[in-house]
Design a protein around this ligand. Structure first.
Ligand code: GLV
Length: 324
């Protein structure tokens, strides 16, 4: 048995694996940074199970580098666009993720970005830290009000709904766009109404993205969409970077098509579109959605528990299936 942990992760995950399989079987890669591709392929050789993160691309090449004995790839993330499900299914490799446990942390961070982008907190803090603040001013850093505005949610899964719940405290009507409709009672509780994408773009004051990255959602937000949004609107993305075409977002901010953006995820992480880095109306965080001590420990343990289940012949609790 060889269980490969591709990055330094919270101890809770390592302990679960060591407890189940013994220290010798668990190969930890203690780097803070992701392994290079060559080092990853080498580390995978002979693996029975892999506990990986979104920074490892697990495709046919990686699976073949591991070998035929590979039984499970347990992603320490809810999103699994880094794993090729068809390649895994063709090799009878189980794939699992960590749903549910990061919902609240990610919804909190979406709200941090909503409030930060609306109230220009990054820009204002940079001014203060640079020693440029000259005291209170009636016209200083005026932002956008959030209370009572219309919140648009693209992707109304667990995280989208958690963001909507928080919006109740801000008295916000919620519009949402999703392939599935919520039941009537949930819609009523969340003050939420299902709309098409054009209506979402036209009517939202604050638009927040919570969809998975799929061929359908890749570049779902380009200049065409930004042109349909309200001039004073905000867009926030805590889902996956490629859902937004970054170059177009930067152009939309430059041309004041929208008021501001709050991003936690990027098209080509860790790179960020150079122009965005210079734009004051963009609040930029380094992919922190689930980054709380408690949440990351729970995610690590959950990923490890999926491995323990799979290698002891049971169905792992968080199996991801290839869409039919
Ligand atoms: C993080 O981005 C996740 O999908 O858990």
């Amino acid at each position: 048995m060889k269980i490969v942990i591709t990055r330094r992760i919270p101890e809770a995950g390592v302990e679960t694996l060591v407890h189940a399989f013994g220290t010798e079987q668990v190969r930890r890669h203690e780097e803070e940074r992701p392994m290079t591709r060559a080092v990853l392929l080498d580390a995978l050789r002979g693996a029975t199970a892999v506990l990986c993160t979104i920074t490892e691309k697990m495709d046919a090449e990686a699976m073949d580098a591991a070998g035929d004995q590979l039984k499970i790839i347990a992603n320490m993330a809810v999103g699994y666009d880094n794993i090729n499900l068809a390649d895994a299914a063709a090799r009878n490799i189980l794939v699992t993720n960590t749903p549910g446990v990061l919902t609240e942390a990610t919804a909190d961070l979406a709200w941090a970005l909503i409030l930060g982008a609306a109230r220009r907190t990054g820009e204002a803090e940079r001014c203060l830290r640079a020693g440029l603040w000259e005291g209170w001013g009636p016209l200083q850093f005026l932002g956008a009000s959030v209370h009572g505005k219309t919140l648009g949610i693209f992707g109304m899964g667990r995280i989208g709904r958690a963001v909507a719940r928080r919006a109740l405290g801000f008295d916000m009507p919620v519009l949402y766009c999703d392939t599935n409709r919520l039941d009537a009672e949930t819609e009523r509780q969340l003050h939420a109404r299902l709309v098409d994408k054009d209506t979402l773009l036209r009517e939202s004051d604050i638009l927040t993205l919570h969809c998975p990255l799929t061929p359908e959602t890749r570049h779902a937000f380009t200049l065409r969409e930004f042109k349909q949004m309200k001039r004073g609107a905000l867009i926030v993305n805590t889902s996956r970077g490629p859902v937004i075409k970054e170059e177009d977002l930067s152009a939309a901010l430059r041309e004041d098509l929208i008021f501001a953006a709050g991003l936690d995820v990027y098209e080509h992480e860790p790179a960020v579109h150079a122009a965005l880095l210079k734009q004051e109306q963009a609040v930029l965080l380094p992919h922190l959605g689930s980054a709380t001590v408690e949440t990351r420990a729970t995610m690590a343990r959950m990923a490890a528990e999926n491995i323990v289940a799979a290698l002891s012949g049971s169905e792992p609790p968080n199996r991801v299936l290839l869409p039919s």
